[in-house]
Ligand binder design. Structure first.
Ligand SMILES: Cc1ncc(COP(=O)(O)O)c(C=O)c1O
Length: 382
């Protein structure tokens, strides 16, 4: 889709991009300044493989300050080149051949791949839009076998934007504890939660005691996707194993980005609040626009910057060239061809009835893009 959209743009076609997976904001200037100073002051060498002590201390203070974490030591923390690396090395450290790992669909595209790289087997448990994309506990129980070693959760989620309730978290953590299963909680979007406060899994876990590894990213929170900084915290043995793998793959996260990350975590969080306020406005704008489309099913995202909409009503309809829209790839392609709007097909996330629309763009573009999609859908014939 990206390649096709680029080709159209080269031909001078005005293409709207609802495919983006990153904030359209610039990295705040105090973070850029910190990177510049880091380079001038010699922070241009390898650091410890699991991240510099300075950054780990910033992360430690950040967690103690902002997450009600009672105590956390530096050995509980690993810094990686993005949350993606933390997630991938975590799977390699925790899972082996023959192990099974539960993943909830719709899932972020990389989760099953991390598990497969570790040689283990992803076991998919489906969630429904009608249930805010939260799993039914009976489905989780059914998916567990003697081989189940892990469960990956992601709230707020990509692609759904769904924020799980404390009840859902609690139920899942209790099952994990009972069956001795490690939970990897991907909280990449935890600071982009719109309705109420986000309660992290490790806070809910206080009275349960499941083994949780929490993964966080600076990418979306501080508009730092290209800087590649994320981190994870959890049991020391897991962190140590992750550090060994990471050190043999990338030596260490980028030293300059690590100094920039310290500035992001240590300084006033005003930027994050402003960005969140803007995303909330856009979410509501997109919701209003989407609700004018016939036969669409929506679950309003509680966080992140995506709508994951069910447009399966339009499957088996015919476009003006006589082509039948058979699946989400066909629909996504049709919308690009006819409406000139980039979307992401739900099949990529293990959910064939959906397409993902990102609202990491301004409100005028949101209104224009949805109005074009609406028109193109209305032109499909029985
Ligand atoms: C759910 C989820 N987890 C992790 C990541 C990766 O984040 P990072 O840029 O920190 O590697 C993404 C990026 O899109 C994501 O959507």
């Amino acid at each position: 889709m990206t390649a096709k959209a680029a080709q159209l743009r080269n031909q001078g076609v005005d293409v709207i991009d609802f495919g983006v997976g990153e904030p359209d904001f610039n990295t705040p200037s105090h973070i850029i300044e910190a990177a510049y100073n880091a380079m001038k002051n010699g922070y241009t060498k390898y650091t410890a493989g699991s991240g510099s002590i300075d950054l780990k201390q910033s992360i430690q203070s950040f967690l103690l300050r902002s997450r009600n974490v009672e105590s956390i030591e530096l050995d509980n923390i690993i810094v990686s080149s993005g949350a993606k690396q933390s997630l991938s090395v975590a799977c390699q450290a925790l899972f082996d051949k023959e192990d099974e790992v539960i993943i909830f669909s719709p899932y972020w595209v990389s989760f099953p791949e991390f598990v497969k790289i570790a040689g283990a087997k992803p076991v998919i448990v489906t969630t429904a839009l009608e249930n805010n994309f939260e799993p039914l506990l009976k489905d989780v129980e059914k998916a567990i076998s003697r081989k189940t070693k892990g469960i990956i959760i992601n709230s707020p989620g990509n692609p759904t934007g769904a924020v799980w309730s404390s009840v859902a978290f609690r139920g899942l953590l209790e099952i994990a504890k009972k069956n001795n299963i490690t939970v990897i909680s991907d909280e990449t979007y935890d600071q982009l939660v719109f309705d109420g406060d986000f309660v992290p899994a490790e806070v809910i876990n206080k009275n349960i005691g499941a083994n949780i590894l929490t993964v966080k990213s600076l990418s979306k929170t501080y508009a730092m996707t290209g800087w590649r900084v994320g981190f994870a915290f959890g049991e020391k043995t897991t962190i140590k194993a992750m550090a060994k793998i990471q050190a043999q793959t990338t030596s260490c996260p980028n030293s300059i980005s690590q100094r920039a990350a310290m500035a992001a975590l240590d300084s006033d969080q005003g930027f994050v609040y402003e960005m969140k306020k803007e995303f909330l406005k856009r979410r509501n704008t997109m919701n209003k626009a989407l609700s004018t489309i016939d036969h669409i099913k929506i679950c309003i995202p509680g966080g992140a910057f995506y709508y994951f909409v069910d447009l399966s009503y339009y499957y088996n309809k015919i476009d003006k060239n006589g082509k039948i829209i058979e699946d989400s790839f066909d629909l996504s392609n049709y919308i690009l061809d006819e409406a000139r709007v980039v979307t992401v097909a739900g099949d990529a996330f293990g959910a064939k009835n959906y397409i993902r629309l990102s609202f990491a763009t301004n409100e005028d573009i949101i209104n224009e893009g949805i109005s074009r999609i609406k028109k193109s859908l209305s032109e499909l014939k029985q």
